[in-house]
Write a protein that binds this ligand. Structure first.
Ligand SMILES: Nc1ncnc2c1ncn2[C@@H]1O[C@H](COP(=O)(O)OP(=O)(O)O)[C@@H](O)[C@H]1O
Length: 177
């Protein structure tokens, strides 16, 4: 996607559950009112784009093709922040920037415990973070220069991540106007 007809970039915010995707997106929207966001898990649930429920892992399996059909027109408009833990199933052309948030294991453990996740679900997610599964996934799925891996542990991290994304958005608009 060249960006010719878009007013702004499309950004994917990825990362293990609990790393702070929703928090970052909410903060960014406060200071970047022209951006819109879509949470893929929520979209799939709201529009019933669920293929099955994985009872062992207690997670819904989304219908990826149906989700992509929903996302396509939103992506075509630009100015879209997409939030999802994984990054691989989107077409490469969807995003101008892919951010993967990371969090220290002990902090992540506490956040997921606070969220009321079961022991198994906490373990699965903390292992996902330890083995850097989603960082690898993003690096394998997108051109290296588009992928940023940012710590998301403190209020300072949050502020810095918001500032960096805002800068990227402004720069993209300048370069593509
Ligand atoms: N940079 C940060 N510093 C401190 N706490 C954070 C930060 N980012 C997120 N949190 C906290 O971590 C928890 C999980 O954040 P959330 O945004 O829901 O993660 P995700 O959307 O990736 O599942 C929330 O309680 C949130 O307040």
């Amino acid at each position: 996607m060249s960006g010719d007809s878009r007013q702004g970039p499309n950004i994917l915010v990825s990362g293990t559950p609990g790393t702070g995707k929703s928090t970052l997106v909410a903060e960014l929207l406060k200071s970047c009112s022209s951006m819109k966001s879509v949470n893929v898990s929520k979209l799939a649930l709201d529009k019933n784009l669920i293929e099955e429920f994985d009872s062992e892992r207690a997670v819904p399996i989304i219908n990826e093709d149906a989700v992509l059909d929903e996302l396509e027109p939103l992506i075509a408009q630009g100015n879209m922040i997409v939030e999802y833990h994984a990054s691989e199933f989107f077409p490469k052309r969807f995003f101008d920037r892919v951010v993967v948030l990371t969090t220290d294991n002990t902090i992540l453990f506490d956040r997921l415990k606070q969220r009321g996740y079961s022991e198994g679900k906490i373990r699965e997610n903390v292992e996902c973070e330890i083995f850097q599964i989603l960082i690898e996934e993003a690096k394998e799925s997108y051109d290296e220069e588009k992928v940023s891996v940012w710590p998301s542990e403190t209020k300072e991290d949050l502020k810095r991540n918001v500032d960096r994304l805002r800068e990227f958005i402004l720069e993209w608009r300048e370069n593509n106007s």
